[in-house]
Design a protein around this ligand. Structure first.
Ligand code: P71
Length: 895
């Protein structure tokens, strides 16, 4: 049987590329400046660029290959890798590299053809390449074929071969992007070519998508792998050519390959004239490496199934809404003439303009104009978009289809032979604009995720002592352990990272970072640290005198440990609702002023070190603090001369919650809300591994108190590194500075928090008990209500997190009795909250990943009675949740 269709991407996003969402006014302006030809728009003017050529997401292995390019003029190692992979994947021995498929065609025609000849082919697209060279294509495609519409009409092919004496037979996998070819038909064409002493030349740029069709629809092929079909298909031809920017997901590059050494000899003699040398053919060494790795990966079965599922889903959604289209190998090709019957000239351009005007989406028509096809391809950049994004793009097209009568014709202002030359004039129609609320970024590179069986996971869990911290990430499919340091960096962050110049003195990266912090927080003194807990240590030592009280809105593990090391005594002043997982109070992060007042009454204001004020309180469930509470607490501290120190680790998420749930702020940008929040404090520690969108880094910052800053700098030099780097390389500082600018983007933060809300919604619908209301960085499952039959001393949340892994391959974190440790009397602390945290990494997983997480947990919920508790077999003294090991109670009972 063929591989089943995966329910989510078989990879996660490793790096992302931000996308812009120009306003409707900007779009109209851009269209006019582009002469109403969307070809002239640039990527920053476009939200979704629906082109598949060279725009796919690479894997991390491909990206890594880019950096080991062997930029030698002759005999590059990368060429050897490329040859090896072509041989393995496509079955041909002799390789002639070219700069792209145009280079390949140029060589082919030069070697085999003469001007005036006619070339029978199943594809029309190559007219663009051949016609200007005086070679005419002769259509021998079987127009009556139902499924394999790219098949040759063998009788017509035979006739053409006899009459026209062509130089060779041209074949294209997934001809013109729309017409798949069956393996049986291709083999018949090969036999025909052999009978007439002709070569069959096959363009394999889209061979993978074609192979998927064969697997699915060609009789007897259902149990073959994509890899097997691809090889059989490619080996059928005498000569293959490939464009690296298609299935192999390189951004350029190409090659000719053959098993015939004499043909190869001809090719490489021309290569030096037109392309480069026979061992690089006009490609950079790194391009050969990226292409070689892309070839090696392109037949990965789950990835192919996933990509094709996206195309099916996208096309089906449009078709169901009555949008006229043809299904392409990489998307939906809109039939612009049927879409806009009132527009009789250039309907494809009119439609492209209307789509850009309403939604900022670009669909591009390319090649020779005037061919009378009127197709507007909406191609899916390979593996770069989520289904949520594609659904919204489809909805934008559907919304336009509903208003299609309003779409005006364009008036031609400059004619030309090619679509990109045309210029139009137009009046803007009154079209309703479309808004997106999907992820505001595309995948740039991908990281594969583990595929495991239940038996393997059970074994892994046993070896990890029933502690998800001790699992190997290589055994984890979807990792919801933490949102700390797990973000996908953006291409802008990587650019800053690569460009940063290291120095133990003041780096530009530090200045960038300090400027970003001053801009976003409004605080003057900026001290970088290697991560959050380092800032906590310094703050605690500078600000706490032994014996002082440190009131805080619920504790965080590392924060409390450092306060205690400095001699402080933590006092919980969070509102009572925070300890009740069923309370739906909106601002569970708030401080209870009465509790603060009582502390001052009892100990005196001088005994209070500072208020430790966490935003988006992690252990309460990611619960926000209200703006009013921030203001009131600050006003209260001014009366008593007490400082407010934020744990601003997830302050941006808190700002978003204020925007979303405090009607007074609904029209205020998150950036401005954050700036106001920070007015109500005197300093902050930050674990940059969360809000700042980086993998390592932290911050200690003070609003204006130079003395605290000075004392802290002295500690920074001893504990962390220099005062201008805090032990961080300039590169990480630079990426962090860029992350601070990206984190306050309204669309990003809304998409991020929205994911948590949707995941919670799916669980809630099925009755799974989750902490209410849903916080911003995670969904917390209430293990007490999930497993009411398991005693808290048998660690229900710990067991539930283990079972979630075994059931689904999803890694989560216990936040309950294990995490909160033992009291001085040796008994477990028995916290009110016994939770499993499903924490969302930033910009890494799609809704499809999370839907599967929900489904797995719902399956467990349905058989919850069968789940029992755990007991310790090894229990460390401090922070026991990290290293502790357990065994199931049922195993203990069986002994
Ligand atoms: C999280 C983490 C990472 C973590 C830390 C300890 C145990 C398990 C996981 C870290 C935070 C945090 C807040 C509010 C300070 C830190 C420490 N959170 N404040 O949630 O959430 O920062 O890790 O950069 O040192 O998984 P650091």
């Amino acid at each position: 049987m063929a591989t089943p269709v995966p329910v989510h991407e078989p990879h996660k996003f490793k790096t992302i590329r931000q996308i812009a969402f120009p306003s409707i006014d900007a779009r109209k302006h851009n269209l006019a400046a582009a002469h109403f030809n969307v070809f002239n728009l640039t990527p920053p003017q476009v939200s979704f660029d629906m082109v598949s050529y060279g725009s796919g997401a690479m894997t991390q292995e491909q990206l890594a290959g880019q950096f080991i390019g062997d930029e030698a003029y002759a005999g590059a190692r990368n060429f050897e890798t490329l040859c090896g992979n072509i041989n393995r994947v496509l079955g041909h021995t002799y390789v002639c590299p070219t700069h792209n498929s145009l280079g390949s065609v140029k060589i082919l025609l030069h070697v085999f053809a003469e001007s005036g000849q006619r070339l029978p082919s199943n594809a029309r697209g190559r007219v663009d390449l051949h016609a200007p060279r005086g070679i005419e294509l002769y259509d021998v495609r079987d127009h009556a074929a139902a499924t394999f519409t790219g098949d040759f009409d063998l009788a017509r092919l035979e006739a053409a071969v006899v009459e026209k004496r062509p130089p060779f037979i041209g074949a294209q996998a997934f001809a013109d992007g729309q017409h798949p070819v069956s393996l049986g038909n291709l083999r018949a064409a090969r036999a025909l070519a052999d009978r007439h002493g002709l070569r069959l030349v096959l363009d394999v740029s889209r061979v993978v998508e074609n192979a998927w069709y064969i697997q699915r629809y060609e009789p007897g092929m259902g149990d073959r792998t994509i890899a097997d079909i691809v090889k059989q298909f490619a080996k059928t031809a005498h000569v293959i050519l490939m464009d690296g920017a298609q299935d192999a997901r390189a951004n350029t590059g190409g090659f000719l390959a053959t098993d015939n050494p004499a043909d190869h000899e001809h090719f490489i003699n021309e290569i030096v004239v037109f392309e480069g040398l026979h061992t690089y053919g006009g490609m950079a060494g790194r391009t050969m490496e990226v292409l070689a790795r892309g070839l090696a990966e392109m037949c990965d079965e789950p990835t192919v199934q996933w990509a094709m599922q996206q195309t099916e889903r996208f096309t089906a959604r449009l078709r169901a809404a009555g949008v006229p289209l043809e299904r392409g190998c990489d998307g939906a090709y809109l039939r612009a003439d049927a879409f806009l019957p009132q527009v009789d000239q250039y309907p494809e351009h009119a439609l492209a303009c209307a789509l850009y005007q309403t939604a900022g989406v670009r669909a591009l028509v390319q090649g020779l104009a005037g061919r009378g096809e009127h197709l507007l391809p909406l191609q899916i950049p390979r593996l770069a978009m989520t289904n949520r994004q594609l659904d919204q793009v489809a909805d934008a097209v559907i919304a336009l289809h509903r208003q299609r009568e309003q779409v005006p014709a364009l008036s031609l202002e400059r004619d030309g032979q090619w679509h990109d030359e045309l210029r139009f004039g137009a009046v803007f129609a009154d079209l309703e604009p479309v808004a997106f609320d999907c992820e505001p970024y595309l995948a740039h590179t991908l990281e594969p995720i583990a595929v495991t069986t239940r038996e393997q996971r059970l074994q892994a869990m046993r070896e990890a002592g029933w502690n998800t911290f001790l699992l190997r990430s290589a055994d984890v499919a979807i990792d919801l352990l933490t949102d700390s340091g797990t973000t996908a960096m953006s291409t802008a962050q990587w650019a800053a990272y690569e460009a940063a110049l290291p120095t133990p003195a003041t780096s530009s990266a530090y200045l960038e970072f300090a400027a970003a912090i001053r801009d976003v927080y409004g605080y003057e003194h900026v001290l970088p640290t290697h991560q959050g807990r380092a800032a906590e240590q310094i703050l605690s030592e500078v600000m706490i005198r032994p014996g002082q009280i440190v009131p805080g809105n619920m504790y965080f593990t590392t924060t409390k440990v450092h306060q205690e090391y400095a001699g402080g005594v933590f006092a919980d002043v969070i509102v009572d609702e925070a300890h009740d997982p069923t309370s739906s109070f909106r601002w569970k992060g708030n401080i209870d002023l009465a509790k603060l007042e009582a502390l001052v009454q009892q100990h005196g204001a001088a005994q209070i070190a500072y208020i430790s004020f966490e935003l988006s309180v992690n252990l309460a469930g990611g619960q926000p603090v209200s703006m009013d509470n921030l203001r009131e607490v600050y006003a209260w501290t001014r009366k008593h001369g007490i400082a407010v120190m934020f744990d601003a680790t997830r302050a941006v998420e808190n700002a978003y919650m204020i925007q979303a749930h405090d009607p007074r702020y609904k029209d205020t940008r998150v950036k401005d809300i954050l700036r106001e929040m920070m007015l109500y404090g005197d300093g902050a520690t930050v674990s940059g591994k969360k809000d700042f969108l980086i993998n390592i880094g932290g911050l200690l910052t003070f609003k204006d108190n130079a003395e605290w800053a000075h004392k802290s700098e002295a500690k920074l030099r001893i504990y962390e590194g220099g005062v201008r780097d805090g032990g961080l390389p300039a590169a990480d500082l630079a990426a962090m500075a860029q992350g601070v600018r990206e984190m306050v983007d309204d669309r990003y933060i809304q998409a991020r928090v929205g994911q948590a809300q949707r995941l919670a919604g799916w669980l809630r619908e099925a009755g799974v008990p989750v902490v209410e209301p849903t916080g911003s960085h995670a969904v917390f499952v209430d293990a007490r209500r999930f497993l009411p039959h398991v005693d808290q001393d048998e660690y229900p949340a710990q067991r539930l997190s283990s079972e979630i892994y075994i059931e689904t391959g999803v890694r989560t974190m216990e936040r309950g009795n294990v995490s909160s440790g033992r009291d001085p009397d040796g008994c477990n602390h028995h916290p009110a909250l016994e939770l499993v945290r499903l924490t969302l990494a930033r910009r890494v997983y799609s809704d499809d990943h999370l839907r599967e997480v929900a489904n797995g947990i719902i399956r467990l919920w349905q058989r919850r009675e069968s789940i029992h508790g755990l007991r310790f077999v090894y229990e460390p003294k401090d922070l026991r949740f990290f290293q502790g090991r357990f065994e199931p109670m049922e195993a203990a009972a069986a002994v």
